[in-house]
Design a protein around this ligand. Structure first.
Ligand SMILES: *Cc1c(COP(=O)(O)O)cnc(C)c1O
Length: 351
């Protein structure tokens, strides 16, 4: 029996994937040439279904890359001509800022507390870009629409880049609130790793055109030229593009998925109140992410081991919270009946 994964990435794979992989094999997708008409049709249809099902604004472009980490680098090399201000409270936000630093761009690191929302007065109106992490997967915190809207409103001349790796495909994102969004697919999309979706606004494209950086295989302008032809800038993970197409085609709407996650998040809130040894890492409910739960336990190591014996994988704590927390993904591909099984385990265990 394979274990049920509650790991927040790579995470539980969507149940239909085995069927789709066979279909890909039968249809010759695995040996498809990436300059062929068939491939361009696949890319065109996949971009169309992303636009429709994720409610993207018409004037936003979609690019396929290999990972969120690659998008961090693409952002720095192709979109910056001024200060990049990174506002973060955890490991992923910090890594992104560090990558930008290493490429020698003027970055400003603005950290905020685990229990807090970012202070608008800390954002410098002279920054060219404001970089945010939608859900900080390392500690389960989240920037909700209210704060994203405030930032957009208060800084209308700035560009905003948002790492949505642990939310895209799960939450109904208001994409107008940012200009450079990205996510790898092994989190909320429930797909195997090795593909990421990058979404850019016309404002971000105008900025990249003004900078005109074309020195890298993955320079943004080069990728935009390719995506305009429904091609990619390298031989991509075609199987994963196909899986993304098939799985998004099957969902009703991201609103429905978001509702399911919200409902389950409420359920977890209730459950955690009843569990004597488990608590939230973050005490302020307003900053908790509905997609990644970071929970404290006196001995996460023994809890995770016992969970494994019972058929579950729980996520490790991250960085400074490694020894006192574990993480639970609330991603769309996890089923209610699996949440119920986890519930019985957590209720019965006396670890
Ligand atoms: C997982 C994750 C990443 C890294 O994704 P890769 O696919 O490994 O590049 C980046 N940012 C956030 C917020 C993540 O959760």
């Amino acid at each position: 029996m394979s274990l049920i994964s509650f790991y927040p990435g790579p995470s539980r794979i969507n149940s239909n994937i085995s069927k789709f992989v066979l279909e890909a094999f039968d249809q010759g997708i695995l040996a498809m040439n990436h300059r062929s008409d068939e491939f361009m049709n696949l890319v065109g249809s996949t971009k169309k279904v992303i636009h429709e099902k994720l409610n993207l604004p018409k004037n936003y472009q979609i690019i396929f890359t290999s990972s969120a980490t690659e998008c961090w680098e693409i952002f720095a090399q192709s979109c910056l001509s001024g200060i990049s201000q990174h506002v973060y409270n955890g490991a992923f936000g910090r890594k992104w800022a560090t990558i930008t630093d290493k490429l020698d761009f003027p970055t400003v690191h603005t950290s905020f507390g685990l229990e807090e929302i970012p202070e608008l007065k800390e954002i410098n109106p002279k920054s060219e870009w404001i970089c945010l992490t939608h859900c900080e997967t390392s500690n389960g915190t989240f920037l909700n629409n209210t704060i994203l809207r405030q930032i957009r409103k208060q800084f209308p001349d700035q560009l905003i880049a948002i790492d949505a790796t642990a939310t895209m495909g799960g939450l109904n994102i208001d994409f107008q609130l940012g200009d450079f969004w990205f996510a790898s697919v092994q989190k909320c999309f429930g797909l195997p790793s090795g593909l990421a979706v990058l979404i850019v606004s016309d404002k971000a494209i105008t900025k990249a055109q003004a900078i005109n950086e074309r020195n890298h295989y993955n320079s943004l302008l080069n990728m935009l030229d390719n995506t305009a032809k429904n091609q990619t800038h390298y031989t991509p993970n075609i199987l994963n593009i196909f899986l993304l197409f098939k799985s998004l085609n099957k969902i009703k709407s991201v609103e429905k998925i978001n509702e399911k996650l919200d409902e389950r998040f409420k359920y977890y809130n209730q459950l955690i109140k009843e569990l004597p040894t488990i608590n939230w890492l973050v005490k302020n409910p307003a900053v908790r992410s509905p997609t990644v739960l970071a929970l404290t336990h006196p001995s996460p190591e023994s809890l995770k081991n016992k969970a494994k014996q019972n058929g579950f994988i729980l996520g490790n704590g991250y960085g400074p919270w490694k020894d006192n927390t574990f993480r639970v993904a609330n991603f769309p591909s996890i089923k209610w009946k699996e949440v119920m099984k986890l519930t019985s385990f957590l209720q019965s265990t006396n670890v």
